[in-house]
Write a protein that binds this ligand. Structure first.
Ligand code: 3PG
Length: 184
């Protein structure tokens, strides 16, 4: 999987290409396009078509219907803020990676029961940051994490230094890329 997962919120469909171009030009080959805006499904389809060498997934997928829409649009991975058993089952059937948000031992155990060993840790800053990840890794050595929420340049390196961190998620990747593109 990609090491950096930018959380992309697109207000308009026409923002898709400039945003993904900025990410790509900033060395990031991935985009988690979130179902927080109405154009998510169309934006994913457009991104998959226009950026075939990027890993395009769907984020903020909170139910089976959104998951079906994301997969129909060509999403290559699915991310949720929490854990949805319905979404997990669909992804499992289609062989699509699913990264549910898990911050407690019970949630992690539920993910493991669904065959998931990489989870989103969200909101990372509120749920104890790196200290919490290290504590959770003791009973769950088979699990890797994607800390997201409150991660930025000030703390990304400490997360990356921990070997149970599979990837980093965050909206700051998008902000950085767009700022760079604007100043170019
Ligand atoms: C998400 O849904 O993953 C978060 O909104 C990302 O959090 P951030 O904006 O603090 O990176």
């Amino acid at each position: 999987m990609e090491k950096f997962i930018p959380v992309v919120v697109l207000k308009e469909l026409e923002d898709t290409i400039p945003t993904l171009t900025a990410l790509k030009n900033n060395g990031i080959n991935c985009a988690e396009i979130t179902f927080r805006t109405a154009c998510a499904k169309d934006a994913i389809a457009l991104a998959v078509k226009e950026f075939p060498d990027m890993s395009v997934g769907a984020g903020t997928v909170i139910n089976a219907e959104q998951c079906e829409q994301a997969l129909a649009a060509g999403a290559q991975f699915i991310v949720s803020p929490g854990l949805s058993v319905a979404v997990a089952k669909i992804c499992n059937e289609r062989g699509i990676p699913y990264y549910p948000g898990c911050v407690t031992p019970t949630e992690i155990m539920q993910a493991l029961e669904l065959g998931i060993t990489t989870v989103k840790f969200f909101p990372a800053n509120i749920y104890g940051g790196l200290k919490a990840l290290k504590a959770l890794s003791a009973p769950f050595p088979q699990v890797t994490f994607i800390p997201t929420g409150g991660v930025d340049r000030s703390n990304i390196d400490e997360f990356l230094a921990f070997d149970k961190v599979a990837a980093i998620g965050g909206s700051f990747f998008v902000k950085e890329a767009l700022e760079k593109a604007k100043n170019a």
